[in-house]
Design a protein around this ligand. Structure first.
Ligand SMILES: *Cc1c(COP(=O)(O)O)cnc(C)c1O
Length: 348
């Protein structure tokens, strides 16, 4: 396999990420679960305003924005959106104005959800924050705000939910290449790559990148915002569009897109017990902080699958840590509830 075969240099891109992000083995979680061999790709460490997966997408999105001469970035998300926070940070770094449209999506938030975590950081980063009630057509709102800014003589660049269009998705096509190279340097071949699947760009980009590089690794997405069928369609459609965008000739096989929604719980950003357990387990076994909305639920899936034998014990499974820890501070009440004690060490 030639890792250089995938050349994305023709697409405008700016450097925003600390890359390559570390690829680390998780010995204690691996031992505790009795396998598979668990690795974590630390995309929570991409830099720019606490980092996370959106920074990789923003390298290409803001590359295009600058090429088009934009001076005002507009995007949208939930109040605790990590995408919004990273966009606000990247825009500040580039000296661009930034307006963020925030949707009240959570039905029953902790008090901190409304002002701490990403909300506090958006404020510090100087984003112009506008609010919409839950259930608003947010894409329409994005275009409305964009039209208002244009009418005022500004040059807006609109970024859709999670930065997940083919341009943003290139960030994870590129990341697939980085990951395979690192695994090669560490003398293993990833069998499975586990990722939280929301607006779908992360999963779709990995699927396309791995296919373009003829990797045998399987990408398993755990849905965090909607049911299995619509999420599967969302990932498949974005992967197909991104493959066309980079000129990848062959059709993606249907089995390249795998989505499971068993760990979504009651819905997007609504805490589940399995999420709280997963966040605590990984914190106590690996000193690694996950987030309550995305990685906590994806890790709940991974842990349950390991316990119920859905991975082979000798498989190498890479968990993509997509970031989001700022969100922990928006769920203080939920996460500080007493939980049944977990044993973190095997008996001596
Ligand atoms: C946005 C986000 C995801 C989901 O990535 P998508 O590309 O939107 O599917 C996962 N984890 C975190 C922490 C995120 O902020």
């Amino acid at each position: 396999m030639s890792l250089d075969r995938l050349n994305l240099d023709r697409f405008p891109r700016i450097d925003l990420c600390h890359a390559p992000t570390p690829l680390e083995f998780m010995p204690r979680l691996t031992e505790h679960l009795g396998g598979p061999r668990l690795w974590v790709k630390r995309d929570d460490c991409t830099g720019t305003a606490l980092g996370g997966n959106k920074a990789r997408k923003l390298e290409f999105l803001l590359g295009e924005a600058l090429q088009q001469g934009a001076n005002h970035i507009v995007t949208l998300g939930a109040l605790q959106s990590n995408h919004v926070r990273q966009t606000a940070g990247a825009a500040a770094r580039l000296g661009l104005a930034c307006t963020v449209i925030l949707e009240h999506r959570h039905p029953d938030p902790d008090a901190d959800y409304l002002r701490n975590g990403n909300m506090l950081l958006d404020l510090l980063l100087g984003a112009n924050m506008v609010f919409r009630p839950g259930g608003t057509n947010m894409l329409a709102a994005l275009h409305e705000v964009g039209a208002e800014l244009s009418a005022q003589g500004q040059r807006p660049y609109l970024i859709p939910t999670g930065g997940s269009n083919p341009v943003g998705t290139l960030g994870y096509v590129k990341a697939a290449q980085e990951l395979l190279q690192q695994a090669k340097d560490k003398n293993f071949v990833p069998d499975q790559i586990v990722v939280a699947s929301g607006s779908a760009g992360t999963q779709a980009g990995l699927v396309v990148g791995l296919a373009a590089l003829a990797s045998t690794a399987v990408v398993q997405g755990f849905a965090v915002s909607q049911a299995e069928h619509p999420q599967h369609q969302r990932v498949a459609a974005l992967a197909a569009a991104t493959a066309r965008f980079i000129g990848h000739e062959s059709e993606l096989p249907p089995q390249a897109v795998r989505v499971n929604a068993d760990y979504l719980g009651k819905g997007y950003s609504i805490p589940s017990e399995a999420m709280v357990d997963a966040v605590q387990w990984v914190a106590r076994l690996e000193g690694l902080l996950l987030d309550p909305v995305y990685t906590g639920k994806a890790m709940a899936g991974l842990i349950d699958w390991a316990r119920t034998g859905r991975f082979r014990r000798d498989e190498n499974v890479v968990f993509i840590h997509t970031g989001g820890q700022a969100g922990l501070f928006g769920f203080c009440d939920t996460l500080s509830q007493p939980r049944p004690a977990i044993t973190t060490n095997k008996a001596a």
